[in-house]
Structures are given as structure tokens and as C-alpha cells.
Design a protein around this ligand. Sequence first.
Ligand SMILES: C[S@@+](CC[C@H](N)C(=O)[O-])C[C@H]1O[C@@H](n2cnc3c(N)ncnc32)[C@H](O)[C@@H]1O
Length: 334
Amino acid sequence: MSTRSTHIAPDADASIRETDNDAAVARLSAAQKGYLHDPYIRHLVPRAHLQQPRPPLINVGTYVRGAAIDALVEQWLQIADKKTKKCQIVSLGAGSDTRFWRIANGTHKDTLATYVEVDFPEVTTRKAMSIRKSKELGAILGGDIQGGTALHAGKYHLLPGDLRMGPTALSTLLTGILDSSLPTLLLFECVLVYMVPSASDAVLRWFVDYFSDAKTPLGAVVYEMFNLEDAFGKVMVSNLKSRNVSIPGAEPYRNLEALSQRFLSTGFNTAHSETLREIRRTWIAPDELERLSMLEMLDEIEELELVLEHYAVSWGLAASGADASWGGWGLGKK
Ligand SMILES: C[S@@+](CC[C@H](N)C(=O)[O-])C[C@H]1O[C@@H](n2cnc3c(N)ncnc32)[C@H](O)[C@@H]1O
């Protein structure tokens, strides 16, 4: 009999998948406290009624990130509505996100031709089960909802896959679902940070190549932590490490220029990045800030700003040969 002990390495991907629960509980908390409107998230969080609310600082962060990404998505749908009538959205590392249901119940529902979500099979299986169990989510999808690790219902496609799979597997996963002639928006909401930069660059390049032949506008939104070299950033990294979560995708992105450069070096033509701190200060309307301040007491604005300056929303556009209206897509000043 062997005397060697069997060492089972902790599953780093399992810890990464767990981050979906954090994101979903944060969104549930922000919705329950009145920061944002999301009637769907409670169907995707297990035992939603027993979850503790998150601290005000987290709720404000969740609000600012959501408001910025909502605005970029809304503008994309508006431009598509005017120019091409239809568009597609692909959410990578979608986790328990509810955006599809919010769009499907909103003013631009007819502009959306296809909505694709990709995440690890363990996450998509769980999400598919929650969707099948919820009358409210199911009613918006319509029809007979089948599914195991994947789920396909009308415009909505939930696909299992590891984004580090490489270009050939990405082609197998997405070809036949995506139409390369439709303007397409990619959403990477707190996901690329968990991948090494070469793997995330390969994903961005695959999409640029897939849409470039048809000269179709391709937009991408990335939200993630960055600027982690200072004392506060180091604490963030070590907190995550204590939960077995490493973030190799944050390493090269020490400032906003580097975040924008990622798009330019993977084939996008234009790119912009902004910290959540700046978005809150310059882009959230004063009456909205006033409304938020009434919801909960925030002790320290300085502390909030310190947290928010370690997160950024970036957006890039690959649209050579497309109608100039797409050039106006982005967060301007409000
Ligand atoms: C922090 S959560 C964010 C979820 C969602 N985008 C949101 O903002 O609410 C990160 C998600 O990315 C997924 N993810 C991370 N790395 C991935 C990979 N290599 N392939 C597929 N999904 C991945 C995780 O499983 C998790 O659902």
C-alpha cells in the first residue's frame, strides 16, 4: 500500500465561481434598499429573503457601477434602434446577472435580436435551474424552457464554457448563435480580472475578428478592479487571496490608460476608461445623488471615494466602415 498522502489542491476556479454569489447578493441588497430597480434578482439568489443587506458603501458602489453600465447598454440599444433596428448582446462571465430580463421588459425589447450569456457550467446549471423554477423569469422567456447546463429560449441563450477555452472552442460555442452582420455589444462585468491577460486578450481578439469581415460595429464594456499597487489595493488583493481568489488580470492595469490600451491592442479603434469615483462625481445627476443620500447614512465620503477609485468602467468600439453614429456611443458628461 502506498504511504504517500494524496494532496488535493484547492479548486481555484470554485473560488472564482463563488464571486458570483457576492455580486448577486450585492445587487439584491442595493435593490432592496431602493438604490436600483431590479425585480428579478431575488429569483436568482438562493434564500433571498434571508440575506443580510450589504453596508451602504457597497450599495453605493453597486449603484454607480450599475448606472454606468446600464447607460452604455441603453445607448447601444438606442443607436441600434435608429440605425439597424436589431442588435445582439453577449455577456461573458454573466453569473446571476438579470440584464436580459430588464431589457426584455423594457422599451428596447424589440431591438434585441439575441442575448447570450456564458459562464462556467456549474454556474449556468444553477442559473438554468433557478430560471425554470421562477414563473416570473420563465414568463418573460416564454415557450417551453428546456435545459441542463445550457438553456435556449427565444432570444436568450445561456451557454456553459470556460472563457479561457481558446479561439477554436469559442467558434464552436458561438457560431450559429451569433449573427456576424448585427451590431454586437460585449459585457465583461467583473470577469476578465480573474483571467491571465493573454487569455482575456484572446477572447477580445476572437470577437474583433468574427465581426470585422462584415464591418459590423462591435462594442465592449469592461468593469473591474484596477490600480491595486497602493496600500488600499494591496489590502484588496490580500483579502481575495485569503479566499483563494487570485486576480492575475489586474496586474498590468495600473491606470486608466492601460485599461483603454487593452482595447486598442486587441483591434478596437477607440477606447475610454473612467473610475467609479469620477463617474459618481461627474456623471450621476445631482438630484440622483441627493436621492441616494436619503436612503442610508454614509459616514465617510473620503472612504467611499477611496474604494471607488479602485474600480473602473472601460468601453471600446471597433466600428471601421460603420455609420458614424456609433462613434457617439459612450459615457459623456451628464
Ligand atoms: C464577480 S462575478 C460577476 C458576475 C456578473 N457579471 C455580475 O457582474 O453580476 C464573476 C463571474 O465570472 C465568471 N467567470 C470567471 N472566470 C470565468 C471563466 N474563465 N470562464 C467563464 N466564466 C468565468 C464566474 O463564474 C462568475 O460568475
